[in-house]
Design a protein around this ligand. Structure first.
Ligand code: PDD
Length: 283
């Protein structure tokens, strides 16, 4: 049996979901999205995701025609109707549909859609053993702080990385690591400093990263926000990436360089445990 999905005010079987050919998300990538982790039937960090959705809509001047409570209700209903225990709930808002025209009218009705995806997010092989990431020039536009569906740069980069024998890819611009193709990049220096890039238009402000920063603060651990080079990353004591779909994933090789002894480091393990504890998962 297929899923029940949400589209423009209705919950329908996935094969009955219809989107207009003239949807601006489809024609122009004129849409934003969010992915929230679901662990044991519970959404994780959803307030942060809804904050970011509101911000993305505002930045693109897409009117928010649904309340935050309505959106959270759609997510909860999707999880319940699909009996989702572990996976993700996806939301997308496009500007709406109109005859193809670069200019848009502010009277368009935004189109909210949502669906669930089943996936075990905890205890994955990647989280246990770590992953290898390639390094590529960041191919994206200049407003990466907005979570738009224009993901072709990341699609191409990830696919090329996989063909090259890597699990994922980190992107580089002006000699600094920006972020992972679908994650926030972090390193831990040989002096034990946890580094992450400061918020700017160059990267997406990660919800998982924010949650981890809070957990670290509560533990008296400091995250230093500064840019770092690929060479610093390759010479780091530990590296890891964070996202709603991969949580905290150790990175044990960057390009051809194995990180430290090639095994997930102690601090990364600690952050994984703190995050799982917050998510209510026994560790
Ligand atoms: N991507 N940076 C980019 C470019 C991302 O696409 C993502 C998440 C992140 C991490 O953000 P968060 O911790 O809020 O998930 C950083 C999602 C998971 C995706 O596109 O599927």
């Amino acid at each position: 049996m297929g899923r029940i999905v949400y589209i423009r005010g209705q919950f329908v079987p996935e094969q009955d979901a219809r989107i207009s050919l003239f949807d601006r998300g489809f024609l122009f990538g004129d849409a934003v999205y969010e992915v929230t982790a679901v662990i044991n039937g519970r959404m994780i960090d959803n307030d942060l995701h809804l904050d970011r959705l509101e911000r993305s809509l505002k930045e693109l001047a897409i009117p928010q025609t649904f309340s935050r409570a309505d959106i959270a209700m759609v997510q909860a209903e999707l999880i319940a109707r699909n009996a989702l225990q572990n996976g993700t709930v996806y939301l997308q808002v496009s500007r709406g549909d109109a005859d193809r025209d670069f200019f848009y009218s502010d009277t368009l009705a935004p189109c909210l859609v949502g669906f669930t995806q089943q996936k075990m997010l905890t205890g994955t092989k990647a989280q246990q053993h770590g992953i290898a990431v390639d390094l590529v020039d960041d191919p994206r536009w200049q407003r990466r702080d907005i979570k738009t569906v224009m993901l072709l740069g990341q699609v191409m980069a990830k696919q090329a990385a996989r063909s090259g024998g890597f699990d994922d890819v980190w992107m580089v611009e002006n000699g600094q690591v920006t972020e992972g193709a679908s994650s926030t990049a972090h390193i831990i220096t040989t002096k034990g400093r946890i580094l992450t890039r400061p918020a700017s238009q160059a990267t997406l402000p990660g919800c998982t990263q924010r949650a981890i920063a809070r957990l670290c603060a509560a533990e008296g651990l400091e995250i230093e926000e500064r840019v770092f080079t690929p060479a610093e990353a390759q010479g780091a004591a530990e590296a890891f990436q964070t996202s709603a779909s991969s949580l905290v994933t150790p990175v044990v090789r960057i390009g051809s360089q194995v990180i430290a002894d090639g095994k997930p480091g102690a601090m990364t393990r600690k952050l994984q445990a703190l995050y799982l504890e917050m998510a209510g998962v026994p560790v």
